[in-house]
Design a protein around this ligand. Structure first.
Ligand SMILES: CC(=O)N[C@H]1[C@@H](OP(=O)(O)OP(=O)(O)OC[C@H]2O[C@@H](n3ccc(=O)[nH]c3=O)[C@H](O)[C@@H]2O)O[C@H](CO)[C@@H](O)[C@@H]1O
Ligand SMILES: C=C(OP(=O)(O)O)C(=O)O
Length: 420
């Protein structure tokens, strides 16, 4: 199994190209199920999760062609199998995003329940309640969700989410695009990936209003066409590299990154002493002086992203003073804490908050983590640590970071992938 070795202490300087967003690509791939015509996605990142989603769509019966050199994914054809099997769904929770499109277009679907994962229980009740409100009959049996649309297909309706959910908003937005009549999604997620999905749907002929707001109005169409759509840059990858610049006292130009997609991450980084500014080619992130302990609470967009909490915690480990990081989205997203502490960090967890007391220096150690962002926080810590850090279980990183070792090495990090 691959590992990543980081020899800490190098200041990072230069340019890093930001890849297409994993969390935009996954729902966009599911979107191909809504049409018989080809959907062409450009700026597609080369990630394990994109491969898994491609395999899922291929086993539904579509042809999937990933031209990695041109970063283009072409999905075409009709679904001949309406089941999403446990073996693929268990690898990636975002597989549940085929439920809405299959039920809307083909009238039924059978999708394995995704279950929990390392960061929390992660139920899908809001996805199911939304489809039921649109007239679907849902049963859950033997670990599978069975959805059946009423005669004449799903019906548009008003759905008020009791809690903001990115995945439920995406599933129901896609379902609504082929439903009969108008659907209103109230208290919808506002993450930039939702806007990207809505724009792709509009390019396919859907009628969506309210993009960027928490109230989406969709007038259903009887058919959607194919389209070519460019995936937005990955704001979490950009935020991660911003932390890499800051933790090494360096300066990076993040090519393609967008300030308007970072939400509160920009303000929090600035409060902590990091200079973040727009640049002709994206964003420029530098640390001029010391880092200050800065409190943060995760929230839905435009609040501080939960997917940036572990990386910001790594940064706070070497800041002056203390920081309180509160996780409000997932109940178990502090798995990086014991590993960071093994590297010399001083972090205590009290319920959903972690108190980080900054130390002058971390020290390298063999570490491992059980999810994607926890793993990358250990790489960030390793960049600032004295000596060698070896991050095990690199497959978590490969789910969401494209060639991370090559991107970091190109800006001066001493980092290598150890195979086997
Ligand atoms: C592939 C993808 O885009 N993943 C992102 C997506 O995950 P995902 O779409 O799974 O996350 P949600 O926004 O749905 O989850 C937010 C909260 O709502 C709860 N919930 C969600 C659905 C539901 O039916 N019932 C329910 O209770 C979840 O357990 C969680 O506590 O948004 C998360 C929150 O920004 C990010 O961390 C993930 O990286
Ligand atoms: C939690 C994440 O992804 P997923 O929802 O696919 O588990 C993530 O991208 O940090």
């Amino acid at each position: 199994m691959d590992r990543i070795r980081i020899r800490g202490g190098r200041r990072l300087e230069g340019r890093i190209p930001v890849s297409g967003a994993k969390n935009a690509a996954l729902p966009l791939i599911a979107c191909a199920l809504l049409t018989d015509e080809p959907l062409v996605l450009t700026n597609t990142p080369d990630l394990a999760d994109v491969e898994t989603m491609g395999k899922l769509i291929a086993q539904h019966g579509l042809t999937v062609e990933h031209d990695k050199a041109r970063r283009t994914l072409t999905l075409a054809g009709r679904a001949t199998n309406l089941e999403a099997p446990y073996d693929l769904v268990r690898k990636m929770r975002a597989s549940v995003l085929v439920l809405g499109p299959l039920t809307a277009k083909y009238g039924r679907a059978r999708v394995s329940l995704p279950g929990g994962c390392a960061i929390g229980t992660r139920p899908v009740d809001l996805h199911l309640k939304g489809l039921e409100a649109m007239g679907a009959t849902i049963t859950v049996e033997s670990g599978y969700i069975e959805a059946e649309a009423p005669d004449g297909g799903l019906k548009g309706t008003r759905i008020i989410f009791p809690q903001v959910s990115v995945g439920a908003t995406e599933n129901l937005l896609m379902a609504a695009a082929l439903a009969d009549g108008e659907t209103e999604l109230v208290n919808a997620a506002r993450e930039p990936e939702i806007g990207d999905l809505a724009r792709c749907l509009m390019a396919m002929g859907a009628d969506v209003e309210g993009i960027g707001s928490d109230r989406l109005r969709i007038r259903g169409s009887t058919r959607l066409s194919g389209a070519t759509h460019g995936i937005i840059p990955d704001r979490i990858e950009a935020g991660t590299f911003a932390c890499a610049a800051a933790i090494t006292g360096g300066s990076l130009i993040l090519e393609g990154a967008r300030l308007d997609h970072l939400g509160a991450v920009t303000r929090v980084l600035r409060d902590a002493g990091v200079d973040v500014r727009e640049h002709a080619d994206g964003l420029m992130v530098s640390r001029l002086n010391g880092l200050h302990g800065t409190d943060v609470s995760t929230e839905p967009f435009p609040g501080f992203a939960t997917d940036m909490q572990a990386q910001f915690m790594a940064l706070m480990c070497v800041a002056e003073g203390a920081a309180m990081l509160t996780e409000t989205i997932f109940e178990n997203r502090f798995m990086h804490v014991p590993e960071l502490n093994r590297m010399g960090a001083r972090i205590n967890v009290h319920g959903s908050s972690a108190i980080v007391r900054g130390v002058a220096r971390l020290s390298g150690a063999p570490v491992m983590a059980t999810d994607l962002r926890a793993s990358v926080s250990l790489i960030l810590a390793g960049l600032a640590a004295k000596g060698d850090t070896v991050v095990n279980r690199v497959y978590h990183l490969d789910r969401g970071y494209e060639r991370i070792e090559a991107k970091l090495a190109a800006v001066g990090a001493d980092v290598a992938r150890l195979s086997g």
